[in-house]
Write a protein that binds this ligand. Structure first.
Ligand SMILES: Cc1cc2nc3c(=O)[nH]c(=O)nc-3n(C[C@H](O)[C@H](O)[C@H](O)COP(=O)(O)O)c2cc1C
Length: 180
């Protein structure tokens, strides 16, 4: 399925919203599962970012929803419909999430020196040793304000190290979700 990029309807009046600082402060209380998204830009090579705006969309067909900033370096590849991987790191892969989250100086392909990466069957880069990896084709892309809302259709799932604890992000720091 090819990507569809829709612009916001022109006739929709945006309601007045709160100051983004208050919004961000409140969102610190929302613990988010950490994912590392990766793809290959035909012009610039492999690229990716850390995201918490990721959730299951439907099991029929198996699909995930991710929100990607339109200014991010992987946005162009997603608009072009390049396959992407959604990698769910274990807690010992926090350094990979930091590199892809812009918390180090690494940009673009240099980020892939954090962690071990391989080529998945979709062609997207996949993180070795992640708890789960979903390889997706881009089903739909909806452009809304600052972000692309992306529905990824799951082509392959790789499970590894299921016993490891998943990495989460809350209160401005990485943490573990489990207390076993
Ligand atoms: C914990 C965490 C969660 C993030 N969630 C998202 C997200 O859901 N979507 C997004 O576009 N950026 C998100 N970011 C920001 C990007 O990872 C970051 O801006 C990255 O540097 C963008 O890649 P680029 O510098 O190659 O454009 C998040 C960052 C962190 C640290």
């Amino acid at each position: 399925m090819s990507a569809i990029v829709a612009a916001a309807p022109r006739d929709v009046q945006m309601p007045r919203t709160v100051d983004p600082r208050g919004f961000k402060q409140g969102m610190r209380a929302l613990a988010g599962a950490v994912a590392i998204l990766a793809t290959e830009d035909p012009d610039h090579g492999c690229c990716g970012l850390t995201a918490t705006a990721v959730c299951s969309f439907s099991a029929d067909p198996p699909s995930l929803l991710v929100c990607i900033n339109q200014k991010s370096s992987m946005a162009a590849a997603i608009r072009e419909g390049s396959p992407l991987s959604i990698n769910l790191p274990a807690t010992d892969q926090e350094h990979v999430a930091r590199a892809f989250g812009g918390m180090t100086t690494a940009k673009g392909v240099a980020r892939f020196s954090a962690g071990s990466w391989a080529r998945g069957e979709s062609g997207a880069p996949i993180l070795i040793g992640a708890r789960a990896v979903f390889e997706c084709s881009v089903g739909e892309v909806i452009a809304r304000s600052s972000h692309l809302i992306v529905i990824g259709l799951v082509l392959a799932v790789t499970l590894d190290r299921e016993g490891r604890e998943p990495l989460v992000y809350a209160d401005g720091r990485f943490a573990t979700a489990c207390n076993r």
